[in-house]
Write a protein that binds this ligand. Structure first.
Ligand code: SF4
Ligand code: SF4
Length: 186
């Protein structure tokens, strides 16, 4: 009877790749390196994500921002080269948790299959989000992360005007630095 009953059940298999499952917005898939509100790269090549990575999948080379590049890179230091080896990555999300600049997030995009191993070393050309088409992370960004970005007293939350390269929208500190950890901000 049990065997027969299975004939009449809805099949759990789907015909991938013609059919695709819906995946959760908080699915841990392909990473993105985020830009800030004016399009400058948030990553400062601090290396904390690489240290936190249990698979040793992340490598980077730091460089110093030059005068006039404020619209390209958020802080004085940036990642001239940033690579993630997707064959090593286990999509644990530790890099996202470790990042103090809200620069790296995992997304609901699936890493595509390929036949060559070197294709899976993703560089900045793939990882940095396109300026004109930002990756929506609203489902991954917790209320704590959103709140953190309101605090302009932290340098990486300050904004620069693209044309004048000067800071703008700097607000008075609304929270003391020692309160930062109490609020659960990274
Ligand atoms: S998701 Fe985990 S394994 Fe993959 S790069 Fe980030 S820390 Fe490393
Ligand atoms: S992604 Fe974040 S943790 Fe990794 S180097 Fe850039 S700023 Fe540091």
């Amino acid at each position: 009877m049990i065997t027969l009953s299975h004939f009449f059940r809805k099949k759990p298999t789907i015909k991938y790749p013609e059919q695709k499952r819906e995946i959760a917005g908080v699915f841990r898939g392909q990473h993105v390196l985020k830009r800030d509100e004016i399009g400058a790269e948030r990553c400062t090549a601090c290396g904390l994500c690489a240290v936190a990575c249990p698979a040793e999948a992340i490598t980077m080379t730091a460089a110093e921002r030059q005068p006039g590049e404020e619209g390209l890179y958020r802080e004085e230091k940036y990642a001239a080269k940033y690579e993630i080896n997707m064959l090593r990555c286990i999509f644990c999300g530790d890099c996202e948790e470790a990042c103090p600049k809200e620069a790296i997030f995992l997304t609901d995009r699936i890493v595509q299959a390929d036949y060559k191993r070197n294709i899976f070393v993703y560089g900045k050309d793939i990882l940095v989000e396109p300026k004109e088409n930002p990756i929506d992370l609203s489902k991954r960004q917790t209320p704590g992360v959103k709140e953190f970005k309101h605090h302009k007293e932290f340098q990486h939350n300050q904004l620069f005007d693209k044309n004048t390269k000067r800071e703008l929208n700097i607000e008075k500190p609304t929270v003391a630095h020692d309160q930062k950890t109490k609020l659960g901000h990274r």
